[in-house]
Design a protein around this ligand. Structure first.
Ligand code: CTP
Length: 408
């Protein structure tokens, strides 16, 4: 099976209404198109005061619709609405929200919204307290009760110079909301998934620590792939340079002990655990609460490393009593004899799957954007996942875990 990312070949209908935030939505349309989605745009007359159809046509490569009086367009609304996977209305003005709430259909956008049977996601944008007005709030409530989802608005500076609740959500977050909406049909919808990633850090003194070269990229990709599959994701992570995916329940930790405690709590009712973190295996036996001076030579000898908690072994013990997590996947970083060491770790840590990396191979493991993984179960090799992006590898891992959970 080839890897299919969430947005590839999805049909997104993008309705744009008259707000200064229109210009940002050109960027959104571009990002969606780059991610493989087919984006069809409807512009209202007011939107065209801010941005032209050509701008959207240029980034999407698709026709842009503006009128319901075009002869060719007279049944367009039905076709557009029927074919879409998601109808995104961004920015949505207070006026358009009111029309949607009342079922008014006076332009191609609102007429299409009435005909739409696909999910609708609305990103409001309005100035000067209009969002908080009881009339707008009542309209939002009506739409919510009808199953319409909302992304924002957020608080910040608005076009008038006032600060308040009414700014349209920024395109990257809006894109994340679109992914979450599309993920509702995914194979992990309704499932609780725990992902760990990154290194852990063990302090020597307030300025020094023992850690490793993990950047957390593979675990971040697994968390995003699980979100894209519809899961409710808890991400437990050591210090990272990158932001965590929008939509996860984020649990930042530092030490192996902290990661262990957070993981044992989170898996108590979890369907799946992806233990991707590069956990520090050792910590200083003694920690100084003051910076150790160069002259304190005795400290170098006194640090004496001790072994940290093996988190997966603790999970195994808990799982034997509770049955949770229902499926557990671990990683193995190896420099030689990957298959044999991987197999032994799988059995020792009581895992359903182990993803083995030969970290010395070109393009594999720490600090790379690509990875190559040998996926094993107790039955043997499940899949040799070839060298490809960590995103694509993550999707394969999520695919196998979802298949096990769903019993097919
Ligand atoms: N792991 C863990 N707790 C630790 C160390 C590792 O839960 N204290 C997890 C990792 O997150 C990974 C798996 O165990 O999913 C294997 O990690 P790896 O570093 O390959 O193996 P170790 O158990 O540390 O064994 P060794 O260092 O001997 O290879």
């Amino acid at each position: 099976m080839t890897t299919v990312t969430l947005l590839q070949n999805k049909r997104i209908l993008l309705g744009v209404t008259g707000s200064i935030a229109c210009y940002k939505v050109v960027d959104l349309a571009s990002k969606l198109t780059q991610a493989g989605a087919q984006v069809e745009v409807i512009l209202t007359e007011a939107a065209q005061q801010f941005v032209t159809p050509l701008a959207f046509r240029s980034v999407t490569g698709q026709p842009v619709y503006t009128s319901m009086w075009d002869l060719a367009d007279h049944v367009r609304h039905v076709g557009l609405a029927e074919n879409a996977d998601l109808f995104v209305i961004a920015p949505a003005t207070a006026h358009t929200l009111a029309k949607l709430a009342y079922g008014l259909a006076d332009n191609l956008l609102t007429v299409t919204a009435l005909a739409a049977r696909c999910p609708i996601l609305v990103a409001p944008a309005m100035d000067g307290g209009m969002f908080e007005h009881p009339a707008t709030q009542a309209n939002v409530e009506t739409l919510r009760q009808r199953g319409v989802s909302f992304a924002g608005p957020v608080t910040g500076r608005m076009a008038s110079g006032l600060s308040g609740l009414g700014r349209m959500m920024e395109p990257p977050e809006l894109l994340a909301h679109i992914r979450l909406s599309l993920a509702q049909k995914g194979p992990l919808h309704g499932r609780k998934v725990v992902v760990t990633t990154g290194p852990t850090r063990e302090a020597i003194d307030p300025v020094r620590f023992i850690s490793n070269r993990s950047t957390g990229k593979q675990g971040l990709a697994v968390a995003q792939a699980a979100l894209d599959a519809g899961a409710d994701v808890t991400l437990i992570y050591g210090p990272l340079a990158e932001p965590v995916p929008y939509g996860v329940t984020a649990v930042p930790v530092h030490t192996t002990q902290e990661m262990g405690e957070a993981t044992l709590t989170a898996v108590q009712n979890a369907d799946a655990l992806f233990m991707v973190a590069a956990v520090a295996d050792f910590r200083p036996g003694t920690q100084s609460d003051r910076k150790i001076k160069k002259t304190d030579e005795a400290w170098g000898l006194a640090i004496g490393l001790e072994v940290t908690l093996d988190i997966l072994s603790a999970v195994k013990e808990q799982r034997e009593k509770t049955g949770y997590p229902r499926v557990a996947l671990g990683f193995a970083a190896e420099t030689h004899d990957a298959f044999e060491y991987g197999r032994q770790k799988l059995l020792r840590k009581g895992l359903n799957f182990i993803a083995v990396n030969d970290v010395l191979a070109e393009g594999v493991g720490f600090e790379h954007d690509t990875n190559r993984v040998l996926l094993l179960s107790s039955a043997g090799v499940v899949e040799e996942i070839p060298l490809q992006s960590k995103t694509a590898v993550a999707e394969r891992l999520v695919y196998h875990v979802a298949k096990t959970l769903n019993g097919s």
